[in-house]
Design a binder for this molecule. Structure first.
Ligand SMILES: C[S@@+](CC[C@H](N)C(=O)[O-])C[C@H]1O[C@@H](n2cnc3c(N)ncnc32)[C@H](O)[C@@H]1O
Length: 317
């Protein structure tokens, strides 16, 4: 579809030959209208596309994204694993890890559920979970907005930092709920990094850099908004789980503080988003570079993001 639009764009965008102004071309207006429609479609398509996806990433880009996803797991894995343990994940459970990224949680779950259990890990691009060698972990390419792989089946369905990227969030959550067996758990985790959370995060910067930290927070939120990502979804998760009919709903907020030498999650994320932080976020290239440099300095502290973990149980039939 994108390629079709690309071709269409070139055709309708041709410059008229010298001496043939557009007004003399009887087909000009429909062509211009088609061009605008194609532009709008392309903008919508870019807005709907996964912001860290990239169309044809090369090997270096894939290595960086793999490291970024690993760093995300290093920073936000501990509260995920604690919560899933407290909900009782154990030997024999059937789990669906949705939008599995580099598969850190999927592999951990496979260890917990043992050989009598099973973990299904799905993603638009599951290629970052390669060579795991675990017999009880299956990895599939799957769009959460497609039909769920099984209905009324899983003891646990979990997704972290996924729903915020999906346009039809309520629909996507409903698919996770319908895949869960009655009595099973749905656990969703998303960032809350906009609005009042921006100055709150900046308070964890050294005092002389708080203004820069706040500027970065606003730029990130603007960059995500430009791609249709809901950077404040985390705080709405509990009400979404209640609206989806789940019971025993609870939630917790996690605020990790990063220091030099820690997982490079924020630095690699800024590297990926740099052009958009300038274009949509109003930062200068120098400001982005400065933050990327500062977060690697000994003594410097920052919050790479507030993450909300929310859980609820499908009512027993
Ligand atoms: C920010 S990453 C988080 C990865 C992983 N959940 C974690 O927390 O480490 C979001 C992941 O969701 C995947 N994703 C985005 N939209 C999706 C969709 N509609 N269906 C399935 N996966 C999707 C992306 O490919 C990416 O791997």
């Amino acid at each position: 579809m994108g390629e079709q639009h690309g071709l269409e764009e070139q055709r309708v965008g041709e410059r008229p030959a010298e001496g043939h102004p557009v007004a003399e071309d009887p087909t000009a207006e429909p062509r211009i209208a088609a061009h605008r429609a194609a532009e709008r479609d392309r903008e919508d398509e870019e807005k709907d596309a996964y912001v860290f996806g990239g169309r044809e990433p090369d090997d270096r880009a894939r290595r960086l994204e793999s490291t970024r996803l690993g760093a995300l797991e290093d920073v936000f894995g501990p509260p995920t694993r604690t919560r899933l343990s407290e909900l009782g994940v154990r030997e024999g459970w059937r789990c669906w890890e949705v939008g599995c990224g580099a598969g850190g949680i999927a592999r951990w779950l496979a260890g917990r559920v043992g050989e009598t259990g099973h973990v299904l890990a799905t993603d638009l691009d599951p290629s970052y979970v390669e060579g795991h060698g675990l017999p009880n972990l299956s990895v599939l390419r799957h769009d959460l907005l497609a039909d769920p792989p099984e209905r009324d089946h899983f003891d646990l369905v979990h997704a972290r930092a996924l729903l915020e990227h999906v346009a039809e969030r309520g629909e996507a959550l409903q698919r996770m709920v319908s895949a869960t067996r009655p009595g099973g758990w749905v656990v969703v985790e998303d960032f809350d990094i906009e609005g009042a959370m921006t100055p709150a995060a900046a308070r964890y910067y050294p005092p002389e850099h708080r203004a820069l930290g706040e500027r970065l927070g606003r730029a990130l939120a603007a960059r995500f908004a430009a791609s249709g990502v809901d950077a404040g979804l985390g705080r709405r998760l509990p009400e979404m789980l209640l609206a989806a009919g789940l019971t025993e709903v609870g939630a917790a907020l996690y605020a990790p503080v990063g220091t030099a030498g820690g997982p490079p999650f924020l630095r690699l994320t800024l590297g990926r988003l740099r052009p958009g932080l300038v274009a949509a976020g109003g930062m200068t290239e120098e400001e982005v570079d400065r933050v990327m440099d500062l977060i690697e300095r000994p003594g410097f502290t920052h919050v790479p993001g507030f993450m909300v973990t929310a859980w609820g149980r499908r009512a027993r039939a």
